[in-house]
Design a protein around this ligand. Structure first.
Ligand code: ADP
Length: 648
């Protein structure tokens, strides 16, 4: 690991990264004055805060200092970054002098002081699911609980299927229920008024089971959204919990019965027409997505005890009621210069194994340093110890390896990367359990009986995949697993902000653009252009990248329509919109086959595609090893996260 650290430790974050750092991550006092200046300050604070959890496991201060140094090195070099709330809230409201000391001067009591002075300000997780009862009390209790989570920068998901449909009588009042959609607006308003830990706006996920009587209203609930209005603090997804049943209904052209235990309201809807309605809305606005939570429960080691109910806002983390998960992501684009990740014969593979081990340990320590906003969340988070280690920088790593995202070879690489991540992180979790104990619910889980928490691809997909499959099977089955520290270990987050901090491509997504101009306003109020061009493209093209060509790439964002660029470059340097919906979906399929939780992925589609094509993609998704699907048609919302060549 040293060699990788040495290369990246002192690489300065780009202008773009520094802008985000200053905007969101440098700690400020109550008056808004900066208490930190640099990425180095932030790295030190986060590493020290999280390493303080080690006081639970050792009395040896030298060992804690060493661990703090490892965490610091991984974060400072931006090879590994935890989710934003860990960066925002580590060390917050604590005695600052403890964070200014050199690591070598830290005593055991100093670490212990940090450990003991945790407060509600130290909320470190990004993902939560909050349940609600079908009562006024229950609903408004959930509004309050989620407000507390969002205040500290966490995202929340809810299952609205629990609520009785609109028009159902309410015993005791003689009134009628106003239905789940009306309550979603309450949550939306609450979210809009919450200041997100001073750093970001709120994000929520609303889930509804596919056979709830109000599901058509739910499907239509965001149809007039232009990105700035109408449930704009929500993503929405339909939970098709029984995929096989739904597929059969589609195949046999049968009807789906909509019903709810608390209501006499029932309706029937032809399965094909139903999927078409979903497709029409998704074509218009990207919502709703689909979730297959039944599938998830099948692969979740506690699915029979505490089934998942919804996901966090971006969909990568299905969770049971009051579940929470803290995430972290390894930048594989930086690592790929040193180790051929996923190649089981590579002699440097121990570099990846090592980083996965220390990243997993870091995330496990985060659980102990986390102050959860509710006792119910604390309980399940500590009984199951969810962690979500994932990757970012996939697209840039593919560029470096000259592999196309939308090719069989590209997909083999993706599968091997995630298969090795899954293997090493589960080995890490077992090693940690040997020292620290199993997650308390381990005996109740499916692990002791022999259980593989992910689908795996077919052995004949690739020779190396066959080897990883074998290692995973041995780990989970043949050695009669005795140790597991975490119920789940892998998730791929969108890394929307942290990939910017790391100057790498986000999560497992292709680059949205190869180049663009971002405009900033300086102190004097002038608009300053900040041109960005992908650095790997610049390196690979060398002298081929003339000034004129660079200007054209900035203008276009992609190489596809540029005449003077060879096909070889065009093939490798693909962007989201150059890739067919089917290739996006296949990428998700191979990656998700090795994740025990889920991943954030958008199936980007061109503006011209038809509703039928959206329908076909949704239908295909039902057959793959995926736990959900989100699509986005270019231009389908008036505001889009990044638009080619526009003021951003
Ligand atoms: P980051 O890069 O800031 O760590 P990600 O883009 O990877 O965050 O998102 C990870 C998860 O963090 C999301 O799925 C969601 O649960 C939560 N999250 C992201 N953005 C927000 C937000 N603005 N408000 C609340 N939660 C958020």
């Amino acid at each position: 690991m040293e060699r990788v650290i040495n290369k990246y430790l002192n690489v300065k974050p780009s202008k773009n990264a520094n802008t985000i750092l200053k905007d969101r991550y440098l700690m400020k006092d109550g008056q808004g004055r900066y208490l930190e200046e640099t990425w180095d300050d932030v790295s030190k604070r986060v590493a020290r805060h999280v390493a303080s959890a080690e006081v639970k496991y050792t009395k040896d201060v030298k060992e804690i200092q060493e661990i703090e140094k490892k965490y610091y090195n991984m974060i400072k070099s931006r090879i590994f970054l935890p989710n934003s709330p860990t960066i925002f809230n580590s060390g917050k409201a604590m005695p600052l002098e403890l964070f200014k000391k050199e690591a070598k001067d830290m005593g055991f009591d100093d670490y212990k002081k940090i450990f003991d002075s945790k407060s509600k300000h130290n909320m470190l997780s990004a993902c939560f699911v909050v349940p609600m009862d079908d009562s006024m009390d229950g609903i408004f209790e959930a509004v309050k609980q989620s407000a507390m989570i969002m205040k500290y920068g966490g995202g929340v998901g809810y299952d609205f299927s629990v609520l009785r449909p609109k028009g159902t009588s309410i015993a005791g009042t003689g009134g009628k229920s106003s239905g789940p959609i009306s309550f979603m607006h309450v949550f939306n308003t609450s979210a809009s008024t919450i200041e997100q830990g001073g750093a970001r706006r709120a994000a929520q996920m609303a889930v509804m089971k596919y056979d709830h009587p109000d599901v058509l209203d739910f499907i239509n609930s965001k149809k007039d959204n232009d990105g700035n209005s109408v449930l704009n603090y929500f993503n929405i997804s339909i939970n098709i919990d029984d995929v096989n049943n739904f597929k059969n209904k589609l195949k046999n052209d049968e009807e789906i019965t909509l019903e709810h235990p608390e209501s006499d309201k029932t309706a029937k809807l032809n399965a094909k027409e139903y999927l078409r309605k979903i497709s029409e809305n998704a074509w218009k606005s990207g919502d709703p997505g689909l979730l297959f939570l039944g599938k998830h429960n099948h692969y979740y080691a506690m699915g029979h005890e505490t089934p998942v109910q919804a996901t966090n806002p971006c969909g990568e983390e299905p969770l049971p009621p009051f579940g929470s998960c803290n995430l972290g992501s390894i930048d594989i684009a930086k690592l790929i210069d040193f180790v051929d990740i996923g190649n089981p014969k590579d002699r440097n593979l121990d570099i990846f194994e090592d980083i996965v081990y220390w990243a997993s340990r870091f995330l496990d320590d985060v659980i102990d340093m986390n102050v959860y906003p509710l006792p119910q969340i604390d309980e399940i988070s500590k009984n199951q110890r969810f962690i979500g280690l994932g990757i970012m920088g996939l697209a840039d790593a593919l560029y470096k390896k000259s592999l196309a995202y939308n090719s069989v070879e590209g997909r083999k690489f993706m599968a091997k990367v995630t298969a090795s991540l899954a293997y090493f992180s589960h080995v890490a979790s077992s090693k940690l359990a040997e020292k620290r104990g199993n997650f308390p619910d381990f005996k109740k889980s499916k692990y002791p009986k022999g259980f593989i928490p992910m689908p795996l691809l077919e052995d004949d997909f690739d020779e190396d995949i066959k080897l990883w499959n074998q290692k995973l099977r041995d780990h989970f089955l043949n050695t009669a697993i005795k140790y597991k520290r975490n119920v789940q270990t892998n998730t791929v987050a969108p890394t929307g902000s942290i990939s910017n901090l790391a100057d790498t491509s986000s999560g497992i997504e292709p680059n949205f653009m190869l180049a663009y101009i971002r405009y900033m306003t300086d102190k004097e109020g002038n608009r300053v252009p900040l041109p960005y061009i992908n650095s790997i493209l610049v390196d690979k093209m060398g002298d081929d990248l003339t000034e004129d060509l660079e200007a054209e790439i900035i203008e276009q964002g992609s190489l596809t329509n540029i005449k003077n660029v060879s096909d070889e470059y065009k093939k490798i340097f693909v962007t989201s919109m150059d890739i067919s919906a089917e290739d996006h979906l296949l990428a998700q399929h191979v990656i998700q086959s090795y994740l025990d939780a889920s991943c954030s992925k958008t199936i980007n589609m061109k503006k011209e595609i038809t509703v039928d094509e959206v329908y076909n993609i949704y239908e295909k998704a039902l057959d793959l090893n995926i736990k959900g699907i989100t699509i986005y048609r270019d231009g389908s919302l008036q505001t889009q996260v990044l638009e080619k060549n526009k003021d951003k």
